[in-house]
Design a protein around this ligand. Structure first.
Ligand code: GDP
Ligand code: IMO
Ligand code: MG
Length: 426
């Protein structure tokens, strides 16, 4: 059966976790391919509320196999906590032997690097994700599978830790990490994780060759992508669709569909340009009413109107064939709703998303204002029940982004979902 990707289309936190939990009923395998525990995916269903950072959002369905692909960077402490809290066994969860490890010195370096950036800080989640990817590219990384070979680890680790400690102490004036404790930690991780460590590309390939759908779970968002996002205010991986192939080890012919998850407005955590940001009371109203605080760090999320320029760009760099719109209910009760249809940059109107973060920072949004609606859309599951204002808002977003909406989310709970077209139908 085919693979279906569900990818963040904005700056993260679009509600991917909720959508994956909804779709996973009809999937055999749910796979994460990028990022690490910088992600925070909220799943709410009859079994409770789950805030997942590393394990895929399919875990609430007993029939699913959930896999963490080689493109993910893994902090084993976080993974073990999620395994224990959710009582996950190796029949239900596997982690790639090729995934890179987030080591204690990565977390130290993430924090020291941010301090050093001062006013230019990225506002990272401080989980060591960026430094772990840097080591992967620098060929200094340690992989999950290496935990199972302590003799080799005992050879590699002293060299790497010595080098990292030089950077920590000599460049940043920080405290070195202790080699013996790091080695002891890797031994414990090896014992506790061994049963979950697998070549997950085989699990994905087997599902694709048999009759189960594979759902590929995005983390972060396309505008945080290392290549396509608002560089340098980005994460250190490729959340866009290209990252799914390298991050899982599968071919492009496997795809049945690629959906972009768009919030009905925009949010961003951390620093970086955000043209439609609502800085005054309007933003506060949405943040407080909707509880827009980060799932991972608890930081207040910055709020903005729907950015059609960014949304169209995101659809293009991913080749989305479906839009999934979340949090429609959050816009209930607004007299008027703005949609950004173009930018004005240095007096010139453009519908192109600029490459340069400095230029994007100067972009003034050009809004189209549409009438809001007073009726509640919360928990609506039938299109016929949706009021005319909400319908025309969805239609306008489809036109601007250029992709049909297939699912509308009308609340955080699994069942608060309106299906317009079956996304999993090939
Ligand atoms: P993710 O990182 O993309 O999985 O998104 P997060 O879980 O970090 O943030 C999305 C937030 O919106 C969570 O608190 C969800 O419970 C909530 N949420 C998702 N969909 C909806 C929706 O349609 N309506 C409302 N009101 N909340 C939603
Ligand atoms: P989910 O999967 C929102 C942001 C951080 C920061 C930038 C770089 O829940 O959508 P990093 O720690 O990755 O080096 O930080 O990226 N960021 C996210 N923002 N949702 C996320 O994940 C994010 N993961 C990283 O806030 O601006
Ligand atoms: Mg999140």
């Amino acid at each position: 059966m085919p693979a279906y990707a569900v990818i963040g289309a904005q700056w993260g936190d679009e509600g991917k976790g909720k959508i994956i939990d909804f779709l996973a009923e009809n999937a055999a395998v749910i796979a994460r391919y990028s990022g690490g525990n910088n992600a925070g995916h909220t799943v709410i269903n009859d079994a409770g509320t789950f805030k997942l950072h590393l394990v895929p959002s399919g875990i609430c369905w007993p029939h699913t196999m959930n896999v963490i692909g080689n493109g993910v960077v893994v902090d084993p402490d976080v993974l073990l906590k999620e395994i224990n809290e959710n009582e996950l066994d190796p029949q239900h969860l596997a982690v790639s032997d090729r995934a890179h490890l987030i080591m204690p010195y990565h977390i130290v370096l993430d924090q020291l690097e941010e301090e050093r950036r001062g006013n230019a800080a990225i506002g990272t989640t401080g989980r060591g994700v960026g430094p772990a990817y840097v080591d992967k590219v620098a060929r200094l990384g340690l992989r999950v599978g290496e935990l199972l070979d302590p003799e080799n680890l005992a050879l590699r680790l002293p060299e790497i830790v010595a080098f990292k400690n030089e950077i920590i102490t000599k460049i940043y004036g920080g405290d070195p990490v202790d080699l013996d404790s790091v080695f002891a930690l890797t031994n414990r991780w090896a014992t506790e994780l061994a049963a979950y460590i697998r070549p997950v590309e085989n699990i994905v390939a087997d599902a694709l060759e048999s009759d189960g759908n594979v759902i590929i779970e995005g983390a972060q968002g396309s505008l945080l992508d290392l290549d396509h996002g608002t560089y340098p205010y980005v994460t250190s991986s490729n959340p866009t669709v290209g990252g799914t192939l390298t991050g899982l080890g599968m071919g492009p012919g496997s795809y049945g569909g690629v959906a972009g998850v768009y919030k009905a407005y925009c949010t961003r955590v951390g620093a970086g340009p955000f043209p439609t940001e609502m800085l005054g009371e309007e933003g506060d109203r949405i943040r407080e009413q909707a509880g827009e605080y980060g799932t991972t760090t608890g930081r207040p999320r910055r709020i903005g109107w729907f950015d059609g320029v960014a949304g169209r760009y995101s659809a293009r760099v991913n080749g989305f064939d479906a839009m999934i719109i979340t949090r429609l209910d959050t816009l209930d009760g607004w007299d008027e709703i703005n949609i950004c249809v173009a930018y004005e940059i240095d007096g010139v109107r453009t519908e192109q998303f600029p490459v340069d973060a400095v230029m994007l920072d100067r972009a003034e949004p050009i809004y189209e204002t549409i009438s809001g609606w007073t009726e509640s859309t919360r928990a609506i599951t039938e299109y016929s029940q949706l009021n005319a204002g909400a319908r025309s808002y969805i239609k306008r977003l489809e036109e601007i982004v250029g992709v049909p909406a297939k699912i509308i989310s009308t609340g955080p709970r699994r069942e608060e979902t309106l299906v317009l077209q079956d996304f999993l139908a090939h």
